[in-house]
Design a protein around this ligand. Structure first.
Ligand SMILES: Cc1cc2nc3c(=O)[nH]c(=O)nc-3n(C[C@H](O)[C@H](O)[C@H](O)COP(=O)(O)O)c2cc1C
Length: 143
């Protein structure tokens, strides 16, 4: 099953989660949006976002605009946040507007920002939980 992991990460937190998921599923690499090549016939896209002033970054929104069901069939959304994970819901709705099947379950965890907020997050437990999520979604579609 052709699987990609893409993310938008300003501070590196969401990137860490994306890389853990890619490692678990043996996807060659996780890549920041927009990717070097647009996805084609991707069966499962894991799409990750941080949240910035209540929203996903505009680069993420722009990237989703380029998608369609020939590019991506199913998507699972994940993210890191300071305490409020509403960017995930925004990303889910934008994907659904494109006709893409969006998996209900999502993964989110806290991510550090400024100097001291959520220090050491995501931590090794978060990375483990992200891998469990990725495996579960992948296996549910493969079955
Ligand atoms: C400029 C800025 C704005 C942020 N706004 C929010 C916010 O509105 N809500 C929230 O929960 N977290 C907010 N955060 C925290 C980030 O979403 C959190 O640190 C996340 O892990 C960032 O992901 P990244 O490191 O992948 O960019 C903000 C962080 C920054 C730097």
């Amino acid at each position: 099953m052709k699987t990609w992991v893409l993310y938008y990460s300003r501070g590196g937190n969401t990137k860490k989660i994306a890389e853990a998921m890619a490692e678990e599923l043996e996807v060659p690499k996780a890549e920041q949006v927009p990717p070097a090549y647009p996805p084609e016939n991707v069966q499962l896209l894991f799409l990750g976002t941080g949240i910035y002033a209540g929203k996903p970054d505009s680069k993420m929104v722009e990237f989703i605009r380029t998608l369609n069901t020939d590019r991506v069939k199913n998507a699972a959304v994940f993210g890191t946040n300071g305490g409020q994970d509403t960017a995930i819901e925004t990303v889910k709705s934008l994907l659904r507007e494109k006709g893409i099947n969006v998996i209900d379950e999502t993964f989110s965890c806290k991510g550090k920002y400024f100097l001291f907020i959520n220090r050491n997050k995501p931590d090794s437990e978060d990375l483990k939980a992200a891998k469990v999520f990725a495996r579960k979604v992948y296996d549910s579609l493969k079955a």
